[in-house]
Design a protein around this ligand. Sequence first.
Ligand SMILES: [Zn+2]
Length: 304
Amino acid sequence: MLAPGLSWVDLLFLGRPHAVATVVVRGSGGLALIDPGPTSCLGTLDLGLQAQGLRLSDVSDLLLTHIHLDHAGATGTLVRRHPHIRVVVHERGAPHMADPAKLLASATRLYGNRMDELWGEFAAVPEKNMTVVTGGERIDAGGRTFEIAYTPGHASHHVSYFDRSSGVAFVGDTGGVCIDGGYILPPTPPPDIDIDAWQESVARVEAWSPATIFMTHFGPVNNPRTHLQTLMQNLDTIAGLVRARLSEPGTDEEQSRRFAEDLEREFRRHMTDAQLASYRAAAPPELVWLGLARYWRKRLAGSW
Ligand SMILES: [Zn+2]
């Protein structure tokens, strides 16, 4: 539990503990979830809610940090089952929730025939169910008021939610991946990694002076300032490794493989084998490479 009425469920993604979390917000104003996770984990979410004396049919609001499948995959399925549910999403993410064809095509390029096993269904969300935000708003959900900040960097449509009454900021992937006290990893999948934007987003989160930040992968951190500083240092380090490998001769595949070895070496300085396995599930090295390689290619081509 984070505070009275504020808790989370471990979705046991791919059978792994501490890989993906859904935040549960309950109060007189209803039951809100921040990032319901993928449809493949709906059964686990249901059981997790039941263990807290709650039911999926009680959910009134889904607050999305962003629309990636590990965070928002179950949204449309839940809305179809419970058409009263309100979905809060950034304006750049909303069109893809209404019509996920492009999102799914790009995810299929990354995950191929593992789409179903990993995520399950991704159903469209009717526009009338969506509350579209840009950052700067306040919204009431689950008996609390959340301040919303636009926090791109990991995704161009990422927002974070701050509950001032508990001092907890729900930062999705903006706060990185940190499993069981392991390496603080910036997840950098394609297509819209932006290091400068990420830096500004971290400053926006810090401006709230949160006592705690909550990461989807995985859980609460009670020293946000140190954590976020380390995250940005690690982003610099990993982006540097990608840039170095990109400048060497060889095919994309060879460069990607050499980078995976670099990343493994960087990880092993900080983590045990057991911890490493969870990181591969939450942020596969191939995707870390693809997102940052794309970032550098765009930068170096001067299109920014
Ligand atoms: Zn994620």
